[in-house]
Design a protein around this ligand. Structure first.
Ligand code: IPD
Length: 265
């Protein structure tokens, strides 16, 4: 039996509750897709509604903790040590287009260190969760990063900078290097799930630039607790500050960092 801390149970409960509303709203989006009217506004309100639910659930259990919210920004708490880092819908573009790959992401930081993470994919009812020192799980199953040691056998996930995002030229250089060395690159559209997939050994690694703390906070804990490594492009732990992230299994992380650094020049 898995023994989970009370705070992790709170995070899981909040993610599930927001997820239930999201499944209903996603059903509406699929209908709206046909008419194409008002989909964006509807999704923005679904996002806000989910964030409100998560915030209320977390505050109810730990009223003094602060927040970093995708929609609501930084909200200071009386307890200066603890901060929730929340993305209510990671994969908003997928949600908007009726693509069922999106997730709730809730991370918990204590004194600047990430100590717990929950990534919940409501459509498949997949609840990824991890706590520092206690391992990573998908529902009831313990997770372990993949054991593949060769880049040529590996599948990597990434995020492609879209219109209006900086770093497109650099991304092309990274992609060119990675596609020549690996078995495949995937763009799923949710950084939180990309990291959960690395933790689950589905992908050997994931990299992205210009990513926000709420997209990756929970996933970082998952990968580390599943035995993987996470860093920025300098191999340091400043992912939340720099917005650069490279995550991979223990065998391939340093190879991937070197490959990307060389490609970036
Ligand atoms: C996005 C997703 C996507 C990543 C983008 C993020 P959002 O988050 O995580 O996979 O490539 O960089 O902005 O906007 O859907 O919360």
């Amino acid at each position: 039996m898995i023994v989970r801390s009370p705070v992790l149970n709170v995070m899981m409960g909040a993610a599930r509750k927001a997820g239930r509303g999201m499944v209903r709203d996603f059903g509406e989006v699929e209908k709206l897709q046909v008419s194409m009217k008002g989909t964006s506004d509807f999704v923005s309100s679904a996002d806000l509604k989910a964030e409100k639910t998560i915030r209320a659930e977390l505050s109810k259990a730990r009223p003094a903790f602060g927040f970093l919210l995708e929609e609501g920004g930084e909200v200071g708490g009386d307890d200066k040590s603890h901060r929730w880092i929340v993305d209510p819908i990671d994969g908003t573009t997928n949600f908007l287009h009726g693509i069922p790959q999106f997730a709730v992401s809730i991370g918990l930081e204590r004194d600047g260190e990430l100590i717990a993470g929950v990534v919940y994919e409501p459509i498949s009812d997949s609840l990824f969760h991890a706590e520092k020192g206690a391992g990573a799980y998908l529902n009831e199953w313990r997770l372990r990063v993949s054991a593949r040691r060769k880049l040529e056998e590996s599948v990597l996930a990434t995020g492609i900078p879209h219109r209006g995002r900086p770093g497109q030229d650099v991304f092309i250089k990274e992609l060119t290097a990675v596609m020549q060395e690996t078995a495949g690159v995937r763009r799923f559209g949710s950084a939180a799930l990309d990291l959960a997939y690395v933790a689950a050994g589905r992908c050997e690694g994931y990299w992205e630039s210009g990513i926000k703390p709420w997209d990756i906070a929970a996933g970082i804990v998952l990968v580390k607790e599943a035995g993987g490594y996470v860093s920025d492009f300098d191999g340091k732990g400043d992912m939340l500050a720099t917005g650069d992230i490279v995550a991979a299994n223990d065998q391939l992380h340093s190879k991937l960092v070197s490959l990307l650094r060389k490609a970036r020049g």
